[in-house]
Design a protein around this ligand. Structure first.
Ligand code: S3P
Length: 435
């Protein structure tokens, strides 16, 4: 499927789909809790569908209801066939952890992209519990033979990754003793917050998590809007003259809000209102209006707190005055695509100066008229949506493999067109939608 994204300012008030990270965790924790939880506002993209299907295969009852899904937890059993995480790293990694600590024997697989991504980083800590984990040269397919009620233990993260941290915490939910996970760098803390919501005794300070033994009771949970999805709209509004966009009810968890901090440092006109907490997660309304941006340096824990927004921050950098440097972002090389290489190729394809380094990029800003281009996202949903933002101020870009957008944001092109149509949008969708 190809989609052409046109030039045009973005205006109006909107909501974005439910947060993908929080949705995965909601289905997993509800599937392990005692009783029935109602989850509303969950992300309905392909990644979260993979998690829903997997927890059902492990024994939870998942039913669509008017307000979302009802999920009834159970003692997990071995699934009948392999668990297919498709494109979803979070599904594979977090569920490998949960199976490893709940005595489940399961085989995990995924699509071509997920089969290229590293899994030993998850397997290594889980093996210390006594679980047998066999990877295929460090990647999927992976087989897990879990243990029941592991002993308490201390872990040190080898990379500041919320997926590794969460895999360990899910593995230690049924532990007899205390689990301590150190070495974090403010990676997203949704698992920790949600464990508290489901009644667990957990403390965390951005560096170390301490989880004490206990059980989980069913709880209803409302998933906030996905800041990572809103980010494409924020950046497009920030760089496109005449834009004024308000996104309501979006998650602004400080371990995820690096995108807002980076845009503020670049001089964006951004305001955050109606800050509140919904089921343990900070939520707000965020308004962005056009104002010229300036280049900045992005590194350290700002990268960890904006890890999925670096592609769209590259777009902001292309339209900022000066040269932006992104470093400490080597993790981007092992995401859905090598996002450093893919973004450098996209920007250079639009005649924007972009240089790859081992752990980031430098981007020469001040893009004037970008010629209309047909670009590939290499099957990476966040790159495809970043290309839409790149087109908003000046160009008209066609993404020739846009079906991948449905991984996290079904209906993206229509919402984008609606935000531009309040003006003179030209976004066109052609071909078959993803199945
Ligand atoms: C995620 C964590 C991040 C992020 C991914 C989702 C999660 O990965 O890139 O899209 O839901 O825990 P890492 O924690 O491996 O950096």
């Amino acid at each position: 499927m190809s989609v052409s994204f046109g030039a045009g300012r973005l205006r109006g008030t909107m909501r974005v789909p439910g947060d993908k990270s929080i949705s995965h965790r909601a289905f997993m924790l509800a599937a392990l809790a005692e009783g029935t939880s109602v989850i509303s506002g969950a992300n309905e993209g392909a990644d979260v569908r993979a998690t829903r299907d997997a927890v059902a295969a492990l024994g939870a009852r998942v039913e669509p209801i008017a307000v979302g899904f009802s999920v009834t937890g159970s003692a997990w059993h071995d699934p009948h066939g392999p668990l297919d995480a498709r494109n979803s790293g979070t599904t594979a990694r977090l569920l490998m952890g949960a199976c490893a600590g709940h005595g489940v024997h399961a085989r995990f697989d995924g699509d071509e992209s997920l089969r290229r991504r590293p899994m030993e980083r998850i397997a290594r800590p889980l093996r210390t519990l006594g679980a047998e984990i066999v990877t295929t040269s460090g990647r999927l397919p992976v087989s897990v033979r879990g243990v029941r009620s592991p002993d308490g233990r201390e872990f040190e993260l080898e990379v500041p990754s919320a997926q590794i941290k969460s895999a360990i915490l899910l593995a230690m939910l049924a532990a007899r003793g205390v689990a301590v996970v150190g070495g974090d760098q403010r990676s997203r803390d949704h698992t920790e917050r949600m464990l508290r919501h489901f009644g667990r005794d957990v403390s965390f300070d951005g560096r170390t998590v301490v989880l004490r033994p206990g059980t989980m009771q069913a709880r209803d949970l409302r998933v906030p809007g996905d800041l990572s999805a809103a980010a494409f709209f924020f950046v497009a509004a920030a760089i496109t003259p005449g834009s004024d966009l308000l996104v309501r009810d979006v998650g602004v968890n400080p371990t995820r809000s690096g995108i807002l901090d980076a845009l503020e440092l670049m001089g964006a006109d951004l305001s955050i209102a109606r800050r509140r907490e919904v089921d343990g997660e900070p939520v707000a309304d965020v308004r962005v209006r056009y104002r010229p941006l300036k280049a900045i340096e992005i590194g350290g824990d700002l990268v960890v707190r904006a890890i999925d927004e670096i592609p769209v921050l590259c777009v902001a950098a292309a339209h900022a005055q000066g040269t932006t440097t992104i470093r400490d972002a080597a993790e981007l090389r092992v995401k859905e695509s090598d996002r450093i290489a893919t973004m450098a190729a996209v920007l250079r394809g639009c005649c924007i100066g972009a240089q790859e380094t081992s752990d980031g990029l430098t981007i020469v800003g001040g893009a004037a008229r970008i010629p209309d281009k047909t670009l590939t996202s290499r099957g990476d949903h966040r790159i495809a949506m970043a290309i839409a933002a790149l087109a908003a101020p000046t160009g008209g870009h066609t993404v020739d493999d846009a079906a991948c957008i449905a991984i996290s944001f079904p209906g993206f092109a229509e919402l984008w067109a609606a935000a531009q149509a309040r003006d003179a949008g030209t976004t066109k969708v052609s071909g078959e939608a993803a199945g």
